[in-house]
Design a protein around this ligand. Structure first.
Ligand SMILES: [Zn+2]
Length: 427
């Protein structure tokens, strides 16, 4: 497919947005310049719109999208208990339709790549493949005695990784669930598995006070120090949350080149009571990214909502209006993820993968100029302002039309599933 994006304001990697044309040939950005004169199958008029590298959602549990609102407004421990109870009874079909729904919401809101953590990732892979979404799928590893998955989590993870390794759009990886749900051996084996297959690996880390308290009591070390002593940390690790970390832990994360994922909506909704110390992490060389967490925690998969809140939280807490400006948050959701995910994407330049989001044209984007385009995107826009989402050179969403997704079927199936879960929990 060839797509020509005309007259949009392009968000460039050096943060000097500029009105230009962009030409996509097959799955690659083949030309970026002031005026491109070529014949293309699709020509999209991007006048008064923002053309951004596609958003990368670095922490999701996408198959849980049909559990939306079921786990609202409860204590964190009740949330975990109820969530695990539902995890144990979910069928493959339920995971499949939940995944499709989540992917539909993500393409609607400008996400072109997501990084997932759950069991049954082969089913998520099928859903993502059918739509044409780019995905990094982490098979959840939980201690044998605690898991709700059939068989041994580590073996399941390895089977999944060996099956999908080398796939064009799906990158499989191990996802040890957390330091409270994995023991030492699980953590070490997960790291070894990632090393063996040369893939990233992801974990929940320091998401709530209790987790920190328990490990300090048991191991006499804080979570990051505990993982460092195990040899678990590396520049292929993606740690989600990291809201309770000391300055020393930040330095350890930076020294090991770890990537962290900021999930402000999920943390606030679950009343975790803290947020990522972003400024200190940047100072000490931690690679920062952004995620939504699942729709069962954050309720929507809107990266722009998370981007705005990530910035506002820093400003408000530090009483510094200049803290975490849109240029930096934009890097969290476009450029930075690829430092660990390892593909040539996240920038609008020739030769990069054509993962692109077009936003705007609505009242929230007026007045739009080259000089304020990043601020219009992060502070004034929401996922609903996305007009086109292009993944690997294919137009997956365009002005209300979805490629390869039947919304009526998704509604019907997911509402049936929701009703079943609802009666399981609340009757
Ligand atoms: Zn999570």
């Amino acid at each position: 497919m060839q797509i020509l994006l005309k007259d949009g304001i392009l968000l460039t990697a050096d943060h000097s947005p500029k009105k230009m044309d962009l030409f996509i040939d097959d799955n690659i950005i083949s030309q970026v310049s002031d005026r491109i004169r070529v014949e293309a199958e699709y020509v999209i008029n991007c006048e008064n719109k923002i053309v951004s590298p596609g958003f990368v959602n670095m922490h999701t549990h996408v198959s849980m999208t049909n559990m939306r609102t079921l786990l609202d407004d409860m204590t964190f421990s009740k949330f975990l208990d109820t969530g695990f109870k539902l995890d144990a009874v979910r069928t493959d079909e339920e995971l499949y339709y939940g995944s499709k729904l989540g992917i539909a919401e993500m393409v609607r809101k400008g996400t072109t790549t997501f990084l997932d953590m759950y069991y049954g990732e082969d089913i998520v892979a099928k859903a993502a493949e059918e739509v044409g979404m780019r995905s990094f799928l982490g098979w959840s590893i939980v201690n044998k005695n605690q898991t709700t998955q059939k068989g041994e989590p580590l073996k399941n993870a390895e089977n999944f990784i060996s099956r999908f390794k080398g796939h064009e759009l799906v990158t499989p990886l191990p996802a040890p669930h957390g330091i409270y749900s994995c023991d030492r051996d699980d953590l070490i084996a997960s790291r070894e598995l990632a090393d063996r297959y040369q893939v990233p690996y992801t974990i929940h880390l320091s998401e709530n006070r209790r987790e920190v308290y328990d490990i300090v009591k048991k191991e006499k070390k804080r979570p990051v120090e505990y993982l460092d002593a195990l040899g678990f940390l590396s520049d292929r690790l993606i740690a989600a949350h990291t809201i309770y970390v000391t300055l020393n832990e930040i330095k350890v994360l930076g020294r090991n080149g770890v990537t962290t994922v900021n999930n402000p909506v999920s943390n606030m909704k679950l009343a975790n009571g803290n947020f990522v110390p972003v400024i200190e992490m940047i100072q000490h060389g931690v690679n920062l990214t952004l995620g939504t967490d699942s729709a069962a925690t954050g309720n929507s998969l809107d990266m722009l909502e998370n981007a705005k809140l990530a910035s506002l939280l820093q400003k408000n807490y530090r009483e510094e209006g200049q803290a975490l400006p849109p240029s930096q948050v934009l890097d969290f959701m476009t450029k930075n993820p690829w430092k660990v995910l390892g593909k040539n994407s996240g920038v609008l330049k020739e030769g990069a993968l054509a993962d692109i989001t077009v936003i705007g044209g609505g009242v929230s984007q007026i007045p739009l100029r080259e000089g304020n385009a990043e601020r219009v995107l992060i502070y004034s826009s929401s996922g609903s302002d996305v007009e086109q989402t292009i993944v690997n050179g294919k137009l997956l969403y365009s002005q209300g039309k979805y490629l390869g997704l039947n919304l009526e079927e998704l509604r019907m199936k997911n509402e049936e599933i929701f009703d079943r879960y609802n009666s399981l929990i609340y009757s």
